[in-house]
Write a protein that binds this ligand. Structure first.
Ligand code: SF4
Ligand code: SF4
Length: 317
């Protein structure tokens, strides 16, 4: 493993690294881990951004307390039919994978609550009878807090276009060396949207039967996406040893184990970052961060042209 600031790690870090922090279920401590790693990477001198992709319940701002300097709506294009051009052929209903269109007696019915804004119907309509109308489905906020660039998405009440808001959050990200994506819990299409551009995935779990069940689902999803992944075991001294055994059998590295420490839950409830209010955890996260970087270096193919960020900026200025 390369040491702190070692040559191989520095070379690796010339390529921006995106790490998705995900979990098969809520309540595993995913945000605590994502926030702590972001602060640890920043303390190690990296430029870091934290993207809060848990847009239905974003709470990373509680810990970073960012100064928000810009906001914009997250838009999605929804189909609308120009009746005068429609011949009722039904092609749009056939192509829609989400059953968001039905054609009944030649009349096109659109169900916006099912539509994912994929654009297939307007693309394939033989009469060009479907236009796309942009509508806001949430908001994106950009700022800086605790030395970390911060972006979060907030899904509007009553909206279900979670992936569209997540895509807008990712699009608002900058060119920092390290990106931590705080993903929604579960294995839904929203999680896939958050994870799909990441270089590696950190799966946060706890050693309970439910935790293990949901971890196996998250592992299946991550393998299907062909992403390298490793595990953080939170509250490792609770529950049983089946999760550790599963990781061993599946050859999944456990990069960090955190004990069941009441002070962590109290810090979370107060909106305080773990590594800042419990200094004994700072070296734990520093060691984990270095292990994670070394593991990433082994797992992720180097990008073809590694250009240091400062040189890249100079070349374009
Ligand atoms: S594909 Fe176009 S023309 Fe055919 S029913 Fe749908 S909107 Fe009408
Ligand atoms: S945009 Fe996509 S999801 Fe929405 S109605 Fe058209 S085909 Fe279906």
């Amino acid at each position: 493993m390369g040491g702190r600031g070692g040559g191989c790690l520095n070379e690796f870090m010339n390529n921006p690294l995106k790490i998705a922090v995900a979990s098969g279920k809520g309540g595993t401590g995913k945000t605590t881990i994502a926030v702590s790693l972001a602060l640890t990477a920043a303390a190690a001198g990296r430029t870091v951004q934290y993207l809060d992709c848990d847009v239905e319940e974003p709470n990373g701002h509680i810990f970073f307390k960012p100064q928000i300097h810009s906001r914009f709506p997250a838009m999605v294009a929804l189909p609308e039919v120009i009746k005068a051009q429609c011949n009722g052929c039904g092609d749009c209903a056939d192509i829609c994978a989400y059953n968001a269109i039905a054609v009944v007696r030649g009349q096109v019915l659109i169900f916006p609550e099912l539509c994912r804004g994929c654009g297939a119907c307007s693309l394939l309509c033989p009469k060009d009878a479907i236009v796309e109308i942009s509508r806001p489905v949430g908001n994106v906020e950009i700022g800086v807090g605790a030395g970390v660039a911060f972006v979060r998405g907030v899904l509007s009440i009553g909206q279900i276009m979670t992936p569209a808001v997540i895509a807008a959050v990712k699009g608002a990200g900058g060119d920092q060396e390290i990106t931590l994506l705080d993903c929604p819990p579960g294995t839904s299409c929203a999680v896939i949207e958050a994870v799909r551009d990441a270089d590696a995935v950190l799966l946060v779990t706890e050693p309970t039967p439910f935790g293990l069940h949901d971890l196996t689902l998250a592992v299946e999803m991550t393998r299907a996406l062909k992403k390298p992944f490793c595990v953080v075991l939170n509250r490792f001294d609770l529950g049983d040893d089946k999760t550790v055994a599963y990781c061993r059998e599946e050859n999944i590295p456990i990069i960090l184990s955190i004990p069941d420490d009441r002070r962590i839950a109290e810090a979370y409830a107060r909106g305080e970052a773990l590594t800042e209010v419990l200094p004994s955890y700072a070296p734990v996260f520093t060691d984990a961060w270095e292990r994670l970087l070394a593991w990433c270096e082994r797992q992720i193919p180097r990008k073809k042209v590694p250009v240091p960020l400062d040189q890249g900026k100079a070349a374009t200025s």
